[in-house]
Design a protein around this ligand. Structure first.
Ligand code: DGJ
Length: 729
């Protein structure tokens, strides 16, 4: 805090001395130096650890790079913006005409206005600092001050130069049921492009976030790392380019392929923000910055604990009925759960939703399945002492559905070609560009909530990409991608304005919507349809690079697992699920009393550690991707008085040898008592109840037994531990 004050005073002074040349943006531990000389190009001269003396950057000979390079006049370099003027000219030049700084409660906003001296194009670049979270957002506003429309061929959010060397990048890739996988590679010469063109979901196959490690192969808790995240739910492109001059460039923005945008006279186009953060504490340091920023500024209700829930999907799939729902509600209540979510299959009148090939759009209760309606379920949930939640997929419809019969023009697709169907062979995407569709989507939520104001939670699903890239509503088809998301945002804004308090999960065939673009309206996302605990270790690991545990829905499910058919021990499934937002996705009536007791105890213990898991600082320790046979991580409370440590065995071979895991993030001078959670072993661990100082735990760690020592007939090849550390004063 003190250091920060000194730095801020210095920046004020530095700005006064060289206001014409530089603008300095400081956060607690980082500095961004912009070249902002009037008449010159907007440049980034430095981004990294906080500087005491900005002049050093120039004295040391660091080179500045354009922050928002236009295409055409200097087209030997890559660019963030490209326009075609009404006369067909494609060149753009953007000298700075004005620089403005203003304070906001969390930092400051710098606005750099640039203007083409020949053509009436004005671009404002914004830089917003979040001082305490060490994060900076940048975005652009592109304006057409001319009398005729012009065409935007590229409209990225921004770029960031970083020094070459032994630079590595870590990005997330995957597919349905395998989201959030980490790919780590050295950055080599040329281009590396990460992009997504799904249309409705954007994080199954690749993610709009990345880590750039500047000190060689990335480490979790050491080394300089820049983290980047594009705050956008739609198609995107991240580009890494190695320059010829020892510097690399990173560019990010909406994917502009086949998405030229006609900017009407007087119109302003605002890009999504690109967020970046820097840490010298390795990948986990960057994750902590994203998590802190996200919880405070970007995630719906990032400061509120999430409830432990049971979701009906893997338990009963479409087999929804009153006694079944009531039984599940009773069961989760008896295990200490706080919420029940009725998933897909509850709706449809003329076309009841019996499987995935009909009824989306017909958000009326199926009276054959639920004769007394939703109200009866809500009442019963209340009687069980829990809350009630419901599944919807409001952006979609099926043919057949009553909605489609009434509004065939509301779906995306060309009028002169057959529909291109998705899930179930009948699914279609509604045209969110159309305001009538936006009204409909708002009404779906409004109707459910008006009829049942006690509903606490909505699971908002999206199970189909945009397959047919045509809107019957839009004049310019190149706008589809942007207008879909503007329509989605408008609908979400209206829903949140009326229902600010409900919890809403974004789900998209699993983890298709894990991005900072949508999270302001959503409290959490479903990490994956794959609930297999072993594969979840890998997926949740990657996802945690950018997203906090409070947002990562992680459920205990049945075995054999419904996706990979692996049989894992219940304790293992619990121990993995407990590292995220704990829930269950199982038919409790198929569980034994012993299994229910294990879950009941786990839920009680999760409630105890919930503040640490959901609000604590993440320290990943041993990566599952490093093939050491185990994975381990921990959360530490802000005050460093509590911590939760996880250890999961990933392979089981006789005569295996695993590393002893050194902890991280503790206070070296504090004393911590160790307590095992979810214990199944016949004997307590050797260190159960013992007190260790933080330094010892961080330098040495604890000797974790490789197996769970249970009765002979219960032995299995899974092993995991969760330890709770509490400060002893
Ligand atoms: C996909 C989701 O990821 C699942 O959890 C479930 O809600 C199904 N859709 C329902 O159709």
């Amino acid at each position: 805090m003190k250091k920060h004050t000194i730095i801020s005073l210095f920046f004020a002074a530095a700005f006064a001395i060289s206001a014409q040349a530089q603008t300095v943006i400081g956060t607690k531990n980082t500095t961004l130096v912009l070249d902002t000389k009037t008449g010159g190009d907007l440049g980034i001269a430095y981004y990294g650890a906080a500087l005491d003396d900005v002049q050093s950057v120039f004295d040391a000979g660091f080179r500045s790079h354009r922050a928002y390079a236009p295409f055409g006049q200097h087209s030997a370099v890559d660019y963030t913006i490209a326009v075609t003027h009404p006369d067909g000219n494609k060149t753009l030049v953007l000298p700075i005409v004005d620089v403005k700084e203003e304070a906001w409660e969390g930092g400051k906003i710098v606005t750099v206005t640039t203007k083409d001296p020949v053509y009436p194009v004005v671009v404002k670049n914004f830089f917003k600092s979040y001082e305490q979270q060490d994060l900076i957002e940048t975005w652009a506003e592109i304006g057409n001050d001319g009398k005729k429309p012009l065409t935007l061929g590229r409209y990225f959010s921004g770029s960031l130069p970083f020094r070459g060397g032994d630079v590595w990048i870590s990005t997330l890739y995957g597919t349905w049921a395998n989201e959030g996988r980490v790919n780590t590679e050295p950055l080599t010469r040329g281009y590396k492009v990460i992009k997504n063109t799904d249309g409705t979901r954007n994080s199954h196959t690749a993610h709009a976030e990345a880590m750039i490690s500047l000190d060689g192969k990335p480490a979790e808790n050491s080394g300089r790392v820049i983290g980047v995240a594009l705050e956008w739910g739609g198609d995107y492109e991240l580009r890494f380019k190695s320059n010829d001059d020892d510097y690399n460039m990173f560019y990010a923005g909406i994917c502009d392929e086949n998405s030229e945008y006609i900017l009407e006279k007087g119109e302003r186009f605002t890009t999504p923000a690109l967020a970046y953060t820097y840490s010298a504490q390795g990948l986990s340091g960057v994750s902590r910055n994203f998590h802190n920023w996200g919880r405070k500024y970007r995630l719906a209700h990032g400061d509120k604990e999430r409830k432990v829930l049971l979701n009906s999907w893997e338990g009963v799939y479409f087999d929804i009925n009153e006694p079944g729902m009531d039984q599940m509600m009773g069961d989760i209540a008896s295990m200490g759960g706080e919420l029940f979510v009725m998933d897909d299959g509850w709706f449809g009148d003329k076309y009841p939703r019996l499987t995935d090939n009909s009824s989306l759009g017909d958000w009326i209760v199926d009276r054959n399945k639920l004769p007394h309606g939703i109200g009866w379920l809500v009442e019963h949930a209340t009687q069980h002492g829990i809350k009630f939640g419901i599944w919807i997929e409001p952006e979609m419809t099926n043919n057949p559905s009553e909605l489609y019969e009434a509004h065939p023009d509301w779906v995306l697709g060309t009028p002169n070609r057959p529909n291109d169907y998705g899930r179930g062979g009948t699914q279609l995407v509604l045209d969110m560009c159309n305001p009538a569709v936006q009204d409909f989507v708002v009404d779906v939520v409004d109707k459910i909530m008006t009829e049942n104001p006690q509903i606490d939670y909505i699971k908002w699903d999206a199970n189909m990409p945009v397959q047919s890239r045509h809107s019957k509503y839009l004049k310019h088809q190149g706008h589809l991608e942007v207008e879909y998301w503007r329509g989605f945002a408008k609908a979400c804004d209206r829903i949140r304005a009326k229902y600010p308090d409900i919890t809403i999960q974004c789900c998209a065939s699993g983890g298709g919507r894990a991005n900072w673009g949508v999270l302001p309206w959503f409290d959490e996302f479903w990490v994956s349809d794959n609930t297999d605990a072993l594969q979840r270790v890998y997926m949740q690991w990657g996802t945690s690079y950018f997203f906090p545990a409070i947002a990562m829905a992680s459920h205990i499910s049945a075995t054999p697992n419904h996706t990979v058919f692996r049989t894992t021990a219940l304790k293992y499934r619990i121990d993995v699920a407990m590292s995220g937002r704990l829930g269950m996705e199982i038919q409790p009536k198929n569980m034994t009393e012993e299994e229910k007791t294990l879950c009941r105890n786990a839920i009680a213990q999760y409630k105890e550690i919930r503040p640490v898991v959901q609000f604590g600082d993440i320290y990943r320790l041993v990566s599952p991707y490093d093939n050491k046979g185990i994975a381990s991580m921990m959360y530490v409370s802000e005050e460093k008085d509590k911590a939760v440590f996880y250890w999961w065995k990933l392979e089981n071979m006789y005569d295996s040898h695993f590393p002893r895991v050194c902890m991280a993030g503790l206070d070296p001078c504090k004393q911590y008592r160790v307590k095992e959670l979810n214990r199944v072993d016949l004997q307590p661990l050797k260190f159960e109840g013992k007190v260790f100082d933080g330094l010892f735990l961080m330098q040495n760690g604890l000797e974790i037994p490789y197996s769970n020592e249970v009765e002979y007939h219960k032995k299995n090849d899974w092993s995991s531990r969760v330890l709770y550390l509490e400060e002893v004063k």
